[in-house]
Design a binder for this molecule. Sequence first.
Ligand code: NAD
Length: 435
Amino acid sequence: MKIYKNYNITVIGAGHVGLVTAACFSELGNKVICVDNDKNKISKLNKLIMPFYEPDLEKLVLKNFKKRLFFSNSLDYGIRNSQIIFIAVGTPPKEDGSSDLSAIEIISREIALKLNSYKLIVEKSTVPVQTGQKIKETILRYKKNNVEFDIASNPEFLREGSAVYDFFNPDRIVVGTDSKKAKEILKNLYAPLKSKIIITDINTAEIIKHASNSFLAAKISFINAVARICDLAGANVKDVAYALGLDKRIGKYFLDAGIGYGGFCFPKDLEAFLYISKKLGYEFGLLSEVKKINETQKLYFVEKIKEKLWILKDKKIAILGLSFKPNTDDLRFAPSIDIINYLLKEGASISAYDPKSNEAAKKIFKDNIYFAKNIYDAVKNSDCICFLTEWEEFKKIDFKKIKKLLKTPIIADGRNMFNRKELEFLGFEYIGIGT
Ligand code: NAD
């Protein structure tokens, strides 16, 4: 059996990326300190309470906790006791679309002041191109000794809902660095994953991440635009997408028409890429259109429901699925939020159910909507059911039972999960997107 080299690692940020990265590196045999400035989060993690739902994460944390995986609030402790420091803090969008990099700047200064031995500082957060350069300049400006350090960009491609699987089975690992030593360390660190490692300079690695997410968002908006033409012409977008996807140059993924993309990555990364492109002197008009299509897609869906129900005031709408995608409780930029707000504005009452994110949604909607215990509780006496997230649980629904519970058997399928003909055969009126 091949023995891999292990490292002392600190991961800064115990969020969807940081916590998964920390747990997975500890599983590979490294000693990992996961640092977060959210005291409540760290205190809960030290009691083995997970801050969010992610399949298989809890298992890994329980297995490695206090053997190779430690949680701390102290950045100082994390910096001093590691050779590799991954920065995995949030880079949220600002009003103007640019990324808020203030956490990364604070951490860079902190690292500069605490440099006690060689450190490899790795950007894992998604950042605009040239951020690595800024981190380096900041550390050089504030450091107090001659201790060496290197910077690398190692963008993360994991998907919430399958993050642990994605960590261990990446399509590729991107490492951007100008340092031979950093390159060797990261190659050794990732060697157990036996994945293709792409080595580039830092700027290129940073652009790879923004370009990847923007391209995926563009694919979704493209098929959503095609779906609208299908609606107008009486064609079926599912068949169009299937035929398109069989062309190897196009590929079958991310061609599902629906209510558009959401989540913490696509909307903000697209916005940040638009912003940085403009700042550098290029107006990325294609991405502006991708964004516009996505934003109007939610309203388009509500308009279709309105067309069917005529007046929404005093109608009861059952919302099935709130999270921006299945297998996560993450509601950040979830299309469900805008759709529910549109429906509420029209005077509809909402009864919602999500297998994992009811609790998180209560913080957003408070008492303005009813949170149901299960699917059947949600649909009782409703005028229409809207499917907004394609959870597996919904695919197994007993539609005959549902039909008896509904006031009027209307289904608005925001994810094109179901077959129109099958539901119409059961006596439902069906609203799809481009189908
Ligand atoms: P998150 O909000 O879930 O987690 C960020 C964590 O950083 C929080 O726990 C926060 O308390 C902590 N933090 C913020 N400032 C800090 C500081 N100064 N010191 C210590 N901790 C601090 O965010 P996330 O979803 O994990 O995303 C992190 C980064 O990874 C972002 O740049 C994001 O774009 C990128 N990314 C996210 C995903 C995803 O699917 N969520 C995928 C790939 C890349």
